[in-house]
Design a protein around this ligand. Structure first.
Ligand code: CA
Length: 227
């Protein structure tokens, strides 16, 4: 039986063809990756916005939300994770559209597995070169370690819970955007939660990081604090 490497690079695989998804996932796990799967574009969007990945593999033809629309939305929300688009079509215009939507690479089905793996390795290297922290006022949020640190150094490092980190990451990726509580509920929390949960986590973050870390925009929602 295959055991997932706990430190392996994380891959988001959005593919509705169950058989293909399971085969690709198995091969990636064999190569040392950790794989999260989504079966449609909406689920992929949720996972892409709330999870931390080194690489995304997105099928173009997806139910609910089409692959390129999914990628475009992620890019609009400042998710910079390198993406490989899978498509059954290989026409020139498809390639151009894929690259325009913010894809780094493009692979036409059916593909050879060694080629897929080589492209994923290349995208992962690209991520390692570009990954880093997000500014939160004068501080930096490091989603990978769930910490917020002052430029001054490690002594003032604050550790966040998984949910706190996801909420702050969503806000910090779009620092000028005002999010409604319902949007934040959809992006960060489960269906069982209520908008009250969003308020609770805003409260937790303010208690850990100071009131100014998140601004309340009266009648609208929340935004990353400017200080
Ligand atoms: Ca498909």
């Amino acid at each position: 039986m295959l055991v997932t490497d706990p430190d392996g690079p994380r891959v988001l695989l959005v593919e509705d063809d169950r058989q293909l998804a399971e085969m690709v996932s198995m091969l990636l796990v064999e190569e040392g990756y950790r794989v999260e799967m989504a079966r449609d574009g909406q689920q992929g969007l949720h996972q892409g916005l709330t999870g931390e990945f080194e690489v995304m593999i997105i099928d173009r033809g997806l139910p609910v939300l089409e692959g390129l629309d999914l990628l475009r939305t992620l890019r609009e929300r400042a998710v910079q994770t390198p993406a490989l688009i899978l498509t059954a079509r290989g026409a020139l215009m498809d390639r151009v559209e894929g690259l325009d939507a913010g894809a780094e690479d493009y692979l036409v089905k059916p593909f050879e597995i060694p080629e897929l793996l080589a492209r994923i390795r290349a995208l992962h290297r690209r991520h390692l070169a570009a990954s880093g922290s997000l500014p939160v006022g004068a501080r930096r949020l490091l989603p990978a370690t769930r910490t917020v640190s002052d430029p001054a150094g490690v002594q003032s490092e604050v550790l966040l819970s998984e949910r706190e980190c996801e909420l702050l990451t969503v806000l910090a990726r779009s620092p000028r955007q005002v999010f409604t509580r319902t949007q934040l509920l959809d992006l960060v929390f489960d269906r069982a939660d209520t908008v009250g949960t969003v308020d609770t986590y805003v409260h937790y973050l303010r208690r850990k990081l100071g009131r100014e870390v998140i601004d309340t925009v009266r009648g609208l929602g929340y935004r990353l604090g400017s200080r």
